[in-house]
Design a protein around this ligand. Sequence first.
Ligand SMILES: *[C@@H]1O[C@H](CO)[C@@H](O)[C@H](O)[C@H]1NC(C)=O
Ligand SMILES: *[C@@H]1O[C@H](CO)[C@@H](O)[C@H](O)[C@H]1NC(C)=O
Ligand SMILES: *[C@@H]1O[C@H](CO)[C@@H](O)[C@H](O)[C@H]1NC(C)=O
Ligand SMILES: *[C@@H]1O[C@H](CO)[C@@H](O)[C@H](O)[C@H]1NC(C)=O
Ligand SMILES: *[C@@H]1O[C@H](CO)[C@@H](O)[C@H](O)[C@H]1NC(C)=O
Ligand SMILES: *[C@@H]1O[C@H](CO)[C@@H](O)[C@H](O)[C@H]1NC(C)=O
Ligand SMILES: *[C@@H]1O[C@H](CO)[C@@H](O)[C@H](O)[C@H]1NC(C)=O
Length: 452
Amino acid sequence: MRFESNPLSSLHKQNHFLVKFAVSFLLMGLAFRIFFSDSIRLSSVLETTPLAEQKPEPPLAEPKTEDSLAEQKTVSSLPSSPTFDFPGNESQTSQNDAKKCDIFKGDWIPDPSGPRYTNESCHVMEAHQNCMKNGRPDSGYFYWRWSPRDCDLPKFNPQSFLDMMRNKSMAFIGDSISRNHVQSLLCILSQVEQADEVYHDKEYRSKRWHFLSHNFTLSVIWSPFLIKAAIFEDMNGASSSEIQLYLDKLDNLWTDQFNKFDYAVIAGGKWFLKTAIYHENGTITGCHYCPGKNITELGYEYAYRKAVELVLNFITGSEHKPMVLFRTTTPDHFENGEWFSGGYCNRTVPFREGEVNMKDVDGVMRNIELEEVEKAAGIGSEKGLMLKILDTTQLSLLRPDGHPGPYRQFQPFPKDQNAKVQNDCLHWCLPGPIDSWNDLVMELLVNGDKYR
Ligand SMILES: *[C@@H]1O[C@H](CO)[C@@H](O)[C@H](O)[C@H]1NC(C)=O
Ligand SMILES: *[C@@H]1O[C@H](CO)[C@@H](O)[C@H](O)[C@H]1NC(C)=O
Ligand SMILES: *[C@@H]1O[C@H](CO)[C@@H](O)[C@H](O)[C@H]1NC(C)=O
Ligand SMILES: *[C@@H]1O[C@H](CO)[C@@H](O)[C@H](O)[C@H]1NC(C)=O
Ligand SMILES: *[C@@H]1O[C@H](CO)[C@@H](O)[C@H](O)[C@H]1NC(C)=O
Ligand SMILES: *[C@@H]1O[C@H](CO)[C@@H](O)[C@H](O)[C@H]1NC(C)=O
Ligand SMILES: *[C@@H]1O[C@H](CO)[C@@H](O)[C@H](O)[C@H]1NC(C)=O
C-alpha cells in the first residue's frame, strides 16, 4: 500500500496554481498560528476561519513534479572529524563497526519495554503534547524503537548522559519542535534527576534548566528562523503584518549565547514557509507568498538556503567550537486534508519504509540541510569543529502514529465522539517517537566521529 499524502495535489497543482496561491496565502498565517505560535486560542481560530471549509488544498504545496524529488540526494561520507573523548562513553556500546552504518536508515521495531517516562514521572511536558493526560486511548505507539539497519543503536542512558554532561552546557535552538525535543530529553533525564528551571522568557518560549547534582545546564532558545526576523504576532499568534526576514543577519538571541554552549542542537524548517519579505544588504530583495506587493517571489528555498548557510558560516567561523548537531526538518502527517480542512492522523502503527512518500517541502528542506551541513562539516573538521547532521526526517516520517491529533486538547471528546476538534499532526506526543531522537543524539555525542 502506498500512502500519498495528497493524491490530488499534482492534478490541482497545474490547474489551480493561481487560485491556490491566493488561498494559500490567506491560510498560511492561520496554519502557523495554530502550530507554531505558543499561546494558542484554538476556538477563536476556528471561529474566525471562514476559509476552513474550503477545498483541501495544501497551503504549502509548491508547483513541483514528483520526479524532481525522486532523485533526492543522500549525503555521501564526510571527512571524519576529530575524535572527542568523553568520560563515561563506556556504557555506549556500538559493537558493530559503525563506520559504514547510517544510523538514520532502518526500521521501527517492536519494543516491549515501553515508554521511558509517563505523565506522572515527568512534569515538564507541554499540555498540548501530553497525550496520555489528554485522553488518547491507544498506547501501541509507545512500543517501538528506532533500529538502524546495519548497527545497534543503544537506548539513551540518562545516567551516562548526565555524567558526560558534568559541568557542561547544551542548547536546543529552533522552533516549537525543538522545544518538543528538549522536553523529551528532560523527561528521559528526570528518571535520574529533576532539573530546576532557572530561566524563562516572557512567553515561555526560551527556557533554561539546571541539573544541580551534575552541574549541567540545558537551554532551549526560541529562534524559529535562526536569522534576524521581525515577527508581528500578538500573544494569540495573530499576525498583523508580514514577517520581515533579514537574510544576511543572524538572530543574536542565540549567537550572543553561543560561546557558552558545549553542545548545540540546531534546527530550522517550517517557519520559512510563511509569508515573508526578504531583506538583504539593507534593501528588500524579494519575498515568499506576497501577492499584490509587487515584490519578486524568490521562494522559501532561496531564503532557507541562505539562512542555513549563514548559520553554518557563523558556526564554522567561530573561535568557540562546541559540538553541533543540525537536525533536519520534521514531517507532518495530516491525511485527507490539511490542518485547516479536517486533516487528521489517526493511524496507530508505524509505516514501513516505502509505504509513505516524503512531502515536497520536506524533501526540499532536507536536501538543503544535508547539502549545506556536508559543506560546512568539511570546512569545520579542518578547524577542529564537530558538526553532524541529525537526520530525523525520514525516520519520523514513518511515525504517523506519534502525533497528538485531537489529543492536543484535554479530553477533546467529552460527550460527543464527533465533536469538531483541531488535530495536531506535526508535534509529537510525549512519550512518543521523538524520544528516539535522543537515542540518536546520544550516539552522535558519544560516537559521532564514526559517522558521516
Ligand atoms: C570513548 O570513545 C572514544 C572514541 O570512540 C574512545 O577513543 C575512548 O577510548 C572511549 N572512552 C572510554 C572510556 O571508553
Ligand atoms: C496521566 O494520564 C492518565 C491517563 O493515562 C490520567 O488518568 C492521569 O490523571 C494523568 N496524570 C497526570 C498527573 O496528568
Ligand atoms: C566540574 O567542576 C568542578 C568545579 O570547578 C571540578 O571540581 C570538577 O572536577 C569538574 N568535573 C568535571 C568532570 O569536569
Ligand atoms: C559548573 O560548571 C561550570 C562550567 O560550565 C563551572 O565553571 C563551575 O565551576 C561548575 N560549578 C561547580 C559547582 O562545579
Ligand atoms: C549584497 O552585497 C554584497 C557585497 O556588497 C554583494 O556581493 C551581494 O551580491 C549583495 N546581495 C544582494 C542580494 O544584493
Ligand atoms: C512594480 O515594480 C516595478 C519595479 O520596481 C515598477 O517598475 C512597476 O511600476 C511596479 N508596478 C506596480 C503596479 O506598482
Ligand atoms: C481514521 O479515521 C477515518 C475517518 O474518520 C476512518 O475511516 C478510519 O477508519 C480511522 N482509522 C483508524 C485506524 O482509526
